[in-house]
Each structure stands twice: as C-alpha cells, then as structure tokens.
Design a binder for this molecule. Sequence first.
Ligand code: ZN
Length: 273
Amino acid sequence: MNLTHLTDKQLLHDTKILAKEDKKLTLKMLHHIREVDIRKLYCDLGFPSLFRYVVQELGYSEGSAGRRINSARLLRDIPEIEIKIINGDLTLSNISKAADKFKNESITDNDFKKEILHTIENSSARTCDKTLSEIITPNSLPIHPPAISHTIVLNDQNFQSLQTIRGLLAHKRLSKDQTWEEIFKFSINHLEISKFKISSCREKGSMNLRYIPAIIKKAVYERDQKACKKCGSKFALEFDHIKPFALGGKTEIENLRLLCRNCNQRSRISAEE
Ligand SMILES: [Zn+2]
C-alpha cells in the first residue's frame, strides 16, 4: 500500500479514523470470543480450553489471547467497559490486568470492579500496575481474608496430587481455601470411617438407580484413561450416561463414559435440540 500521495493532514486524519475502526473491530472480536465461550464451541473442535482455541485456531499470541479472553469475560459482567474500549479510555492490557487481579483476589462484587476499572482509566501500563497493587489490598476487599495464614511446602509428587484433586473438584468452582477445606473434610471422613468402621449409609442405602456405585465409577475412570472421551481434557471430569438415564439408559460400565464438564454440557444441549 502506497500512501505517499496523501497530504500530511489527510494522513493524520485517516490514521485517526482507522484507530477508531480498529477499536470497534477489537470489540466485535471480544463479543465473538465471548459467545464462543458461552456456547463452548471450542470443545467441538477438540480444544481443551478457550485459550487453546484462540491461540491455535485464531492465531493470536498467548499474551494477546489472554488479554482478549480476560476482557471478553469481564465485558460479560460489566458491559459499561464497551464504550471505554472504543473511546480508548481502557486498553485490553489494563482491563486484563484488572481481571487477573479480580480473579486472584476472588473479587466478585461488580460495583467494586467498576470502581477499580474507573480508577485505571487512561493509565499507562506501569501506572495501572501500581494503582492495582495499591488499591486492592486486603483491607480494601469487601470480604476480609483470614488474619492468620499458614504456608505448606509441597514436594513435586504432592503438588501433582494436589493438581489432580483440583481438577477433580473443578466443577465446584472452589477458592483455594475452600479446596483445602474439601480435602481435609474428605480425609477426616475417610479416616474416621476406616478407624471406627462407620458404614457409609449413603452408599449402602441408596435406592436411586441413577447413583453410580464407586466401583463402576472407578472402572469407567480407568477404562477412559482418566480423560474426557471427546476432547481429552483431564479437567472437571463427569460421568455421562451415553444413552440418557431419562430414556432408559442403564447405569452400567458400557453405558457410561467420562466427559469434561464442557463436553458434557455440550452433549446435553445437542440432545435437547
Ligand atoms: Zn471434553
């Protein structure tokens, strides 16, 4: 493209218009990513996550993909940022930094998020970092974290076990503390049962045929190699009746398979259609 014929004034004018168009296009892309996310369409293409889809299928760098996904998801909670993106008051980079912070600090209050985003409008990346670390302190959070914290040091093997447990519990969307609570509760329960021989009435007394006995779950889990049968993800796995239970599908190994939550939701939606 040769632009040498343009006058200086024209060139500056056109560049400014293009910048505006560019932002509008970015916003349009965010809406599309958001919709693909909601419909979990990346699962159909065999991607284990939206992030992998944006990097591999759409060809964005990992950094750009992260910024776009973070911004698209925040747009869902706070539609007001749309106009700020178009006006150039908020960059994807700053929005993404704020979104990371919200996630790390478990901030869910949208009014509080709006306040923070307002504070970082028109900030350079550096100022944004500084502002975020200054205003989001334990004292400023709507919910105060516990005053005393303890550190646990894990070796590699135990860390891997912890990751496996987090994958298995992912469907519960627990915070770090809640995850530990769940682990301890389960261990105490398990140890008490074996120590005091308390029988688990839930397992024995269940009249619900939909209930999958632990032994069948274990067999399906091993047969399907501890991964989603559709996309191979090891995250948030669920047991799915191949012929739906409601349609007379039996709770037996042959009629069960492992699916990740995303693929399971997708298969339920397409069965209903
Ligand atoms: Zn899957």
